[in-house]
Design a protein around this ligand. Structure first.
Ligand code: HEM
Length: 400
């Protein structure tokens, strides 16, 4: 089936909140390098096949720098935030590797393993608080958001009480309807906050990531202050909003698939695999990993010309039947291991070990401690985050 390319605007609408837009499957089949139209009139490629997406993300001649001509910007407000971003997420090598190496030691398997008892205690405390609230209280506000915020602020050495500042920043900077002026104002507020934080860490270092960056990297001149602020901003925003959305969407997905929930409740050893399946199935980075070709590049037989933008659809890759049989079925017993929910290549998620630990502990503890957990409102009344850069559910009222 050939789709009318002139009408193929991006991002596309979903018809079911649990599934990617319907056009992805025929595109993957017939036009795996489809041209789509963005808000600014540009026509980057939308890639929907797993193998093509991995090939692009592994190819250093595709740049992830938003300031380059041809880089695909999916929302106008997000373009402002992306262009201002000097963190390693938005830099190519060799600078990417140099900066990323400054923080890799903070998110290793060993570090996260040592953190597990704290994560468990925090999950237990938040469940106690949540269970003491009126039935129907919002799980996003009272559990899914505070959990990763608590963990990342502890690691970074940022006062938890200041969370409203960076949650507001996230809402504005990752919202599809935010205007460039709103994003600029929000960036200025957040940069001002982080600048003051760094000044405090210069005077009073503590045992935290920001203090170590200040004293080991910034003070000796390995990075300038703007780069330091950008790295902290990246860790802060990636550390709280992704896991928040995955936590809430994952709980909802399990509640809507009671047979699968019963499996993990009966056998906790299934939980790590279930987390991988939830990551695959949800693919919350739903607007995709974006790149621009630095020269003419052959991708599995398709020529992408220098300066052309490419959107690698993570949801589409994770529903590719070549890799995942019966891909639209949510199945906690499948081998979802090769999914690309954390990206692929040099920019693959730095926080994935931490995210996995948080999610595994949440799903194991929550359904054990609140066995009657259920939706408190009709499913149809839920508002999904179609309007945000990271997908999820805005509110999730539950009973227990
Ligand atoms: C379920 C949770 C998460 C998901 C689905 C997720 C997903 C992703 C994806 C897809 C990328 C690659 C983007 C690209 O290639 O353009 C990425 C990068 C990144 N993520 Fe995550 N992430 C999650 C949690 C976290 C957490 C908890 C942290 C904590 C610090 C984190 C930190 C980062 C960083 C620093 C990068 C940039 C890596 C680089 O450019 O080298 N993420 N993440």
């Amino acid at each position: 089936m050939a789709l009318d390319l002139a009408e193929l605007s991006y991002p596309m609408q979903r018809s079911c909140p649990f599934h990617p837009p319907e056009a992805y499957a025929p595109l993957r089949e017939n036009q795996p390098f489809a041209r789509v139209r963005l808000w600014d009139g540009s026509h980057p490629y939308l890639l929907t096949r797993y193998e093509d997406i991995r090939a692009v993300l592994a190819e250093p001649r595709f740049s992830c720098e938003p300031v380059r001509e041809g880089f695909p910007h999916v929302y106008e407000g997000r373009m402002v935030a992306d262009k201002a971003d000097r963190s390693f997420l938005r830099l190519d090598n060799p600078e990417h590797d140099r900066l990323r190496r400054m923080v890799t030691k903070e998110f290793t398997v060993k570090k996260v393993q040592a953190l597990r008892p704290y994560i468990q205690a925090t999950v237990d405390r938040l469940i106690d608080n949540y269970a003491a609230m009126p039935q129907g209280s919002d799980f996003v506000e009272h559990f899914a958001a505070p959990l990763p915020t608590d963990i990342i602020t502890l690691l970074l050495g940022i006062p938890y009480e200041d969370h409203e500042i960076f949650r507001r920043a996230t809402r504005i900077q990752f919202g599809s309807r935010s205007t460039p002026a709103e994003v600029r104002e929000s960036l200025a507020e957040l940069f001002g906050y982080l600048d003051a934080l760094i000044t405090r860490k210069e005077a009073e270092p503590a045992d935290d990531v920001v203090s170590r960056l200040v004293h080991d990297q910034y003070r000796p001149g390995h990075i300038d202050r703007i780069t330091l602020i950008n790295i902290v901003r990246l860790l802060l925003s990636a550390g709280h909003q992704t896991t928040q959305n995955m936590t809430a969407l994952g709980v909802l997905t399990l509640l809507q698939h009671p047979d699968q929930l019963a499996l993990i409740r009966a056998d906790a050893s299934l939980i790590p695999g279930a987390v991988e399946e939830l990551l695959r199935f949800s693919s919350i980075l739903h607007t995709g990993a974006r790149r621009v070709a630095l020269e003419d590049i052959d991708v599995n037989g398709h020529l992408v010309r220098a300066g052309e933008g490419v959107i690698c659809s993570i949801p589409a890759a994770n529903r590719d039947g070549e890799l995942f049989p019966d891909p639209d079925r949510f199945d906690v017993t499948r081998d979802a291991g090769p999914h690309v929910a954390f990206g692929f290549g040099v920019h693959q998620c730095l926080g994935q070990v931490l995210a996995r630990a948080e999610l595994q502990i949440v799903y194991e503890t929550l359904f054990r401690r609140l066995p009657e957990l259920r939706l408190a409102v009709p499913f149809e009344s839920l508002r999904f985050r179609h309007d945000m850069f990271v997908y999820g559910v805005h509110e999730l009222p539950l009973s227990w």
